[in-house]
Design a protein around this ligand. Structure first.
Ligand code: BTN
Length: 269
């Protein structure tokens, strides 16, 4: 995928701007630099390869050349409607799910925003808020997708054993999937979802929630103190928190943060 094919793939979409890098450190960092110099709403950064891709909770994210998608979208909330951060974080996973659904694949969202195909992680979302005092100035929504079958082996080679089993879009589809077509589908879905109202986004997020009514293990790490608990996933709170029923019947809302969720069967991963 070179700049020309990326621009051709995204032609006609109402983006605020587009920057493409054949190789970069992290598209979220590029978008943050662009933001500092006035990136408009819906400015997009895409890269052929990331050498310092970042994941949630300070982890690294592998976007090997020729096998994956790495993109970051700048969202500038309208000043009149400062919405919960969850609204923006949900957009990334919803857009990827919808794009995959168009290809006949049934994707699920492991709360808060990992995209799963056949129970394995195919895409990750890193939403970073940029504040101006109390005011949310922008959210940079970074999305990484494993597209070609080699992407997961390359990631494993570099990372060692992955924390959660991984797959690629091509492996799940059983055929090679073209990155530029998927890029267009994901960006088109991002643009459509970001224009929708909060209730529609929350409903769609909940409909695609992985492990609904299933037992999961929740690991938290608050100030270096690790804890783990088991509960049944009941759904989402209106603000995007995860509603969980604990073994003693108590219902608890888990907020974003230092939380990891695993289905009980893959408990050891
Ligand atoms: C995760 O699952 O931990 C989130 C991974 C997010 C990776 C994407 S790739 C594009 C953007 N640039 C980054 O450095 N990270 C995000």
């Amino acid at each position: 995928m070179d700049e020309q094919s990326v621009r051709a793939a995204l032609a006609g979409l109402p983006l605020g701007g587009l920057r493409y890098y054949a190789q970069t450190g992290s598209t979220n960092d590029d978008a943050a630099k662009w933001l500092a110099s006035g990136a408009p709403h819906l400015a997009l950064v895409a890269a052929g390869e990331q050498t310092a891709g970042r994941g949630r909770e300070g982890r690294t994210w592998q976007s090997p050349a020729g096998t994956s998608l790495a993109l970051s979208l700048v969202l500038r909330p309208a000043s009149v409607e400062q919405q919960p951060l969850a609204r923006y974080t949900a957009l990334g996973s919803l857009a990827v799910c919808s794009a995959l659904e168009h290809s006949g694949l049934s994707a699920r969202i492991k709360w808060p925003n990992d995209v799963l195909l056949q129970g394995k992680k195919v895409a990750g979302v890193l939403a970073e808020a940029h504040w101006n005092g109390e005011r949310l100035e922008a959210v940079i929504l970074g999305i990484g997708i494993n597209v070609a079958t080699e992407s997961t082996a390359l990631a494993e080679q570099r990372e060692g054993r992955l924390r959660f089993p991984a797959t690629s879009v091509s492996a799940a589809a059983g055929r090679p999937v073209e990155r530029s077509r998927l890029l267009r589908a994901v960006v088109a879905e991002l643009l459509a979802w970001q224009a929708r109202a909060l209730p529609a986004i929350m409903t769609a997020w909940q409909e695609r929630l992985a492990f609904l009514n299933e037992q999961v293990r929740i690991e938290t790490d608050v100030s270096g103190k690790a804890a783990s608990q088991v509960g049944r996933v009941l759904g989402l709170e209106p603000d995007g928190s995860l509603r969980l029923e604990l073994a003693d019947g108590a219902v608890k809302a888990l907020h974003f943060g230092e939380i990891r969720l695993h289905p009980l069967e893959t408990d050891t991963i």
